[in-house]
Unconditional design. Structure first.
Length: 81
């Protein structure tokens, strides 16, 4: 009985060690690039108006747009209650 288990495991080991030659397929053709849609032509409305607010939640002093010049700024508008 032991020799049948050993023979079966040996056969599985041999089967696992064999290599199969797979067919090499050429790479799929890449699609032709499509030009991007042109950007919207929005009117130039000039500089943004200054924010006139005296109450700021997380700042010691009022924040002005002029003080943020040259920085990346995210404006998030929300209200209390």
């Amino acid at each position: 009985m032991k020799w049948m288990i050993f023979a079966g495991l040996f056969a599985l080991l041999l089967a696992a060690c064999t290599s199969q030659r797979g067919s090499v397929e050429p790479a799929a053709e890449l699609p032709t690039p499509v030009p991007a849609k042109p950007a919207l032509h929005l009117p130039d409305l000039g500089a943004a108006p200054e924010i006139e607010n005296e109450v700021w939640v997380n700042a010691d002093a009022p924040v002005t747009l002029a003080s943020q010049r040259g920085k990346v700024v995210l404006l998030e508008f929300w209200t209390f209650g």
